[in-house]
Design a protein around this ligand. Structure first.
Ligand SMILES: Nc1ncnc2c1ncn2[C@@H]1O[C@H](COP(=O)(O)OP(=O)(O)O)[C@@H](O)[C@H]1O
Ligand SMILES: [Mg+2]
Length: 226
């Protein structure tokens, strides 16, 4: 069964002459154990799609379900709880807190979500895979863009979410790092049975994907399956 579905999702911003329809009847389903890649140029609606999929934005029309539950049927509190328990976000702006060291970004997660986060060994493995174990004592401002991006990926994985939603997770990475991150996403899907959904215009991630979708002017089409 799909862990995340969007059915006939439409999104309109603005009214009158400022009205823009950003998503048109989007249907989508993500399964555990699979990497779905949504490719499209800038402005095609990818971030809007991901924001709706993660319950951060309620669509103008259509339904979103996570783990069999309709977002629309849930209270704000219940939606927040689902987001916390089930969904890991890697957002375009990395959202690292500037006044916390890298290590403390993770400790903050422990305060917000007290149970079910990665254990020491698994966490160390993620840090090592991403090559950021030496950065734990640094502040975000001391990191390069690529380092911040890798910390943001680790932080999204730390709560061990069932669903990982990533917005342009490789934009700041060189080719070798893209391959590492692509392999990590695959491993998460296959070995840890997560549903991984990535929106990107980076074709270097295609080898990591089970399904490739095309987003064009807010219309989503299934382009290929591996
Ligand atoms: N809050 C908003 N209000 C008005 N327009 C928006 C808003 N968010 C996004 N848009 C518009 O929706 C379109 C798609 O944006 P976005 O989903 O960010 O695309 P992408 O991530 O593919 O670059 C763009 O034209 C953008 O300007
Ligand atoms: Mg975007």
């Amino acid at each position: 069964m799909a862990v995340l579905t969007l059915e006939k999702v439409n999104q309109v911003f603005g009214t009158g002459i400022a009205r823009v329809q950003v998503l048109h009847d989007v249907d989508f389903a993500a399964e555990a154990g699979e990497v779905s890649l949504i490719m499209g140029p800038s402005g095609s609606g990818k971030s809007t799609f991901l924001t709706i999929a993660g319950g951060l934005l309620t669509p103008t029309a259509g339904t979103v379900t996570v783990a069999g539950k309709h977002y629309a049927d849930l209270s704000k509190k219940a939606r927040d709880a689902i987001r916390l328990d089930e969904i890991g976000f890697v957002l375009q702006q990395y959202h690292l807190l500037p006044y916390l060291t890298v290590a403390d970004q993770f400790k903050l997660v422990d305060k917000i979500k007290r149970q079910g986060n990665l254990d020491q060994a698994a966490f160390a493995g993620v840090l090592q895979t991403l090559g950021i174990q030496e950065l734990l004592h640094k502040y975000p401002g001391e990191l390069s863009g690529g380092q911040q991006q890798r910390v943001a990926i680790a932080r999204a994985l730390y709560p061990d979410p069932a669903i990982l939603l990533a917005d342009e997770p490789t934009a700041a990475l060189d080719a070798a790092r893209v391959a590492v991150v692509g392999d990590l996403f695959r491993e998460l899907a296959i070995q840890h049975h997560k549903a991984v959904v990535i929106v990107t215009h980076d074709p270097r991630l295609i080898p990591a994907a089970d399904h490739v979708y095309d987003m064009s002017d807010g219309v989503l089409t299934h382009a290929q399956s591996a």
